[in-house]
Write a protein that binds this ligand. Structure first.
Ligand code: SF4
Length: 407
């Protein structure tokens, strides 16, 4: 859902709501749904009896249901989920790991995906036909994915190809989409010799694409695209930004033809909060600090960091770090807090002093998990994610190309 302005500028509502849960940290805990509804963001409607349940009451009920359901139901939890949800997840991971696990875990009839919409969609595409995938709260989208509306990407793809058809290049442009995109965009990639990637394998996806074409259209995160492109050896001058709200993406034909990397104008509101000033402050406080950031951060931040990598990489770096070391981390706060609590022999903290969870991930309040589990016991599948056959076929193709990349 987007707010439409005249002159065709569409700002995703999820982007406008992104700072809804930001706070100074003194009171960062799960509250009743009724209290959390005061944040002012959109929530999916839920029966009123869930609104006043305390976190402890919810926890007790989920525990009982989980024991009763056994292996029939698998709960997947993304690292950015809050603690009160993660404690019930059978498997945890980033979007890449969870998509692989969803493909492998074919003994459970039901997969409850505690993450955001594009992840549950991917699990639905990769899971077996007899499995059903549930997203506890349908309002849990991703503001970055919402910056690439399917129709805008399809229209832009056509325009880009029309302009490039005048070149003599054999395969002028290969579409590469980050996992954080709709199933329809993944299908567009599947149908047009393209591929999906995550932050764990974007470098390999670039190699794959340049073996097959002259340039890449990278959707939707300009920062992951730019950081990966620079590592690959593409110069800034060979990169252009495609702005879907401008005529021809805001580019002249000549700029497009000269480019090697066309970056969609999208970003993650969580990771673009990190700044060089925050890095400088951390280094001032702890001169031996290790700065570890996610590649969705701006290149300014990435180039000042000591280590850059996906969520799984961040987790492994802290796990393997020596006792007593200092780690300032630029990624979502729920993961940073979990790492700090797990590795108490190391000093792990977030680069940003403000506590700003990803507001779409945060919408998976445990009351929603309880709601869908109680639905299953009563014989209802609430919030099942479905993908039509054609989209399924082509998105599976681009996802499989990703899963086949060398590890
Ligand atoms: S952290 Fe950023 S990219 Fe990840 S789900 Fe939240 S808004 Fe989307």
């Amino acid at each position: 859902m987007v707010i439409k302005y005249q002159n065709k500028i569409n700002i995703p509502i999820t982007e406008l709501e992104q700072s809804a849960f930001c706070q100074d940290g003194s009171n960062f805990r799960t509250k009743t749904l009724e209290e959390e509804f005061n944040s002012g963001v959109r929530w999916q409607k839920i029966p009123t009896r869930y609104l006043k349940l305390s976190p402890d009451e919810i926890r007790e009920s989920i525990k009982k249901l989980k024991d009763a359901m056994g292996s029939k139901v698998t709960i997947l939890g993304h690292h950015y989920q809050r603690e009160d949800v993660i404690e019930f997840s059978d498997l945890q991971g980033d979007s890449f790991l969870l998509s692989k696990l969803a493909a492998e875990k074919n003994d459970s009839e039901i997969i409850i995906f505690c993450g955001v919409h594009f992840m549950a969609e991917t699990a639905e595409i990769l899971s077996a036909n007899n499995q059903k995938v549930i997203l506890p709260n349908m309002a849990a989208g991703c503001s970055m994915a919402d910056m690439a509306a399917t129709e805008d990407v399809k229209r832009s793809w056509k325009q880009i190809n029309e302009t490039l058809s005048s070149t003599n290049d054999k395969k002028p442009v290969i579409p590469v989409t980050y996992m954080n995109s709709t199933a329809s965009i993944k299908a567009l990639c599947g149908e047009n010799n393209g591929i999906v990637c995550t932050s764990s394998n974007a470098d390999k996806a670039f190699e794959w694409a340049f073996e097959r074409g002259e340039r890449i259209l990278f959707v939707p995160d300009q920062h992951l695209g730019r950081n990966t492109g620079l590592d690959y050896g593409i110069k800034e001058s060979e990169m252009v930004i495609w702005d879907p709200y401008k005529k021809n993406g805001g580019l002249s034909d000549e700029e497009l033809i000269k480019s090697k990397l066309i970056l969609w104008k999208g970003h993650c509101s969580v990771h673009t909060r990190f700044s060089v000033d925050q890095i400088n402050s951390a280094r001032k406080k702890y001169p031996d600090v290790n700065i570890l950031v996610h590649p969705e951060c701006t290149n300014e931040v990435v180039s000042k960091a000591d280590y850059v990598g996906s969520t799984e990489y961040i987790k492994n770096m802290v796990h393997n770090a020596p006792s007593g070391s200092n780690w300032a981390i630029g990624t979502e706060i729920n993961l940073v807090k979990r790492l700090a609590h797990t590795y108490t022999d190391k000093n792990v903290f977030c680069l940003d002093d403000m506590i700003c969870p990803c507001s779409t991930m945060y919408r998976v309040h445990p009351a929603y998990l309880l709601w869908v589990m109680e639905g299953l016991v009563a014989g209802y599948v609430i919030n099942q994610i479905k993908v039509d056959d054609k989209t399924q076929e082509f998105s599976k193709l681009s996802l499989q190309r990703m899963l086949d990349l060398p590890s």
